[in-house]
Design a protein around this ligand. Sequence first.
Ligand code: IMP
Ligand code: MG
Length: 182
Amino acid sequence: MSEAERGRLEVLLSEAEIRDRVAAMGLEIGQIYGSEPLTVVGVLNGSFIFMADLVRQVSSPVRCDFLGLSSYGSATESSGVVAITKDLGSSIEGQHVLVVEDIIDTGLTMKYLLENLRTRHPASVRVASLLSKPARRQVETQIDFLGFTIEDRFVVGYGLDYAGLYRNLPYIGVLAPPRTQS
Ligand code: IMP
Ligand code: MG
């Protein structure tokens, strides 16, 4: 990343804050499921880093699968029209499913996803999201395990992108608009 880009990023959640919160979430998830196996379904692409860290903190037996979703809209606005770009690798029928998402914003993506997963007859479905922006909610959404509630700002890093970039930042930052020359 260039110096100019780095200067546009304000740290919202540090690497250490994220690590501590993810560890607590993993502990809580392990306590809920106990020795019952669960299938963790990561929503691609945004959840891959969070999911990798989270599952390593869960003591229950875990299967991992992924679902690719793309939501049509601009780079920062979801339209609620969602397409499955990669389906699950195997059936979730009769399994305890934990959906792992990077952020719940309008809630439209999660609503679509949960409706879709329920048609596959899992034993249960719970949702873990690293972030939530309740100010932006358009539909009520189930969130069973939440990392952080944040204000209505567009964030990047730790899996979250802007135009495909910044997913590899180890922290979560707010991208400020580019400065205009004066
Ligand atoms: P929703 O359907 O509006 O809840 O949008 C959920 C999806 O929009 C998330 O899975 C992200 O991919 C994307 N998204 C929403 N807010 C942000 C943000 O602040 N930064 C990066 N991606 C976001
Ligand atoms: Mg996403």
